[in-house]
Design a protein around this ligand. Structure first.
Ligand code: PLP
Length: 412
């Protein structure tokens, strides 16, 4: 075992990419960068090359790699107790849930692990609420979702995806979902029926390319849900927890949903932590035995999640994202017409549409990696920038300068 570890330590980047490709399922096409260490907004590969991480684990690393407060919380908890299951109480979950609920202005938390599990939980929650509280006839509940959505990868969630690559070959699909165009509040209102129990929506669509809906859209969706007696479930797994310059992207539109779905950054980039956060009335439809997870609410996750909530309570990260986000947008807009067709952003989160005549999003990402900046393409010609919120202002410039150079070089 020791020998095996030593030899792995000596593998080059190409050795690791070959090994990983040979022994893991081909459900990803990673850039050929093999990360060995990381701190803050920077990662280092096995050859010692440094890269600016402008993806931040798809926003799971909002506080950067190895944030000292989060590492301390994790280390201390590792020495105490890491897993109890929910068969017993632990002394970390209550304080974490109390403070997370308060941060969201809600009453209660249902802890899970991954974002997809939070979404699945919300689907079950909405259906049960629909039958018990709204009085929808058994097995008739409908949930309205938006085209272009990304809520995770389970069979039920991909059932209402509009992305063929996420669905192909995975049927039969789960019924009970109605898809409406994103950004069209009237279409959404028209889709609500007496059997609709919830609208499940991303306040900003991340995977779709940081699609920001028109001003007033979310507020109109909120009003439509209130009028029709339907739960508004905001999937803030990617948009939440500081990324957009506010704790929740809904806040930017003055909207309070009935249910928040959180994940990614809630685990501080250390452990998977997700949560469904809502009122006592709504979450109260669950009863013992009706839902659960072996790892959900474990003391290690709760300790790290609690430390994340503590960071967000300071407001420092939201402010930083808002301030640096203005700079990022100004700089990116300067590239429009120079290889960039359009830029959309909120806080430190930007979708950049590369001119497809110049290069693909993938080629842009490869070019950027060659210049020491890590980002990921989505949907062909869009690249998404989501650096850790701890990024230094000069590193924001460094990333945009690198993009400008890649575009000027036409991908070379
Ligand atoms: C909005 C949104 N919801 C849910 C998920 C799924 O989260 P996970 O990959 O942790 O299951 C994602 C992941 O990207 C997401 O962006």
């Amino acid at each position: 075992m020791v020998t095996a570890q030593r030899s792995e330590g000596r593998l080059s980047s190409s050795g690791h990419t070959a090994l990983t490709s040979a022994v893991t399922a081909p459900n990803y096409a990673p850039l050929p960068v093999v990360v060995a260490e990381a701190r803050g907004a920077w990662v280092t590969d096995v050859e010692g090359r440094r890269y600016l991480d402008c993806l931040a684990g798809y926003s799971a690393l909002n506080f950067g790699h190895g944030h000292p407060v989060l590492l301390r919380a994790a280390r201390e908890q590792l020495e105490r107790v890491t897993l109890t299951s929910r068969a017993f109480y632990n002394d970390r979950l209550g304080p974490f849930a109390r403070d997370l609920a308060a941060l969201a202005g809600m009453d209660q938390v249902l802890p899970m692990n991954t974002g997809a599990e939070a979404v699945e939980t919300a689907i079950k929650l909405s259906r049960r609420w629909g039958y018990q509280v709204k009085g929808v006839p058994a097995d008739r509940a409908q949930i309205v979702v938006a085209a272009g959505n990304f809520h995770g990868r389970t069979t039920t969630i991909v059932s209402f995806s509009t992305d063929d690559s996420a669905r192909e070959g995975f049927g039969p699909f789960t019924p009970g979902f109605t898809v409406v165009p994103y950004g069209d509040a009237e279409a959404l209102r028209a889709a609500l029926t007496p059997e609709t129990v919830a609208v499940l929506i991303e306040p900003i669509q991340g995977e779709a390319g940081v699609i920001v809906p028109p001003p007033g859209y979310l507020a109109a969706v909120r009003q439509a849900c209130t009028d029709a007696g339907v739960l508004l479930v905001a999937d803030e797994v990617q948009s939440g927890l500081g990324r957009t310059g506010a704790t929740f992207a809904c806040e930017l539109e003055g909207v309070v949903p009935d249910v928040y779905l959180l994940g990614k950054a809630l685990g501080g980039g250390i452990v998977p932590v997700s949560a469904v956060v809502s009122t006592r009335e709504v979450l109260g439809v669950f009863t013992p035995g009706s839902h659960g997870s072996t790892f959900g609410g474990n003391p290690l996750a709760a300790a790290v999640g609690h430390a994340v909530v503590g960071l967000l309570e300071t407001g420092e990260y939201q402010e930083r994202a808002a301030k640096l986000g203005v700079h990022l947008r100004d700089r990116l807009e300067g590239l429009v017409g120079h290889g960039v067709q359009a830029v959309r952003s909120r806080g430190l989160w930007a979708g950049v549409d590369i001119d497809p005549g110049l290069m693909t999003g993938r080629a842009a990402c490869e070019g950027l990696a060659g210049r020491g900046v890590l980002v990921k393409d989505t949907h062909g010609s869009t690249i998404r920038l989501a650096p850790p919120l701890v990024i230094e202002p000069e590193d924001v410039d460094r990333a945009v300068d690198a993009l400008a150079a890649v575009l000027a070089g036409g991908g070379r």
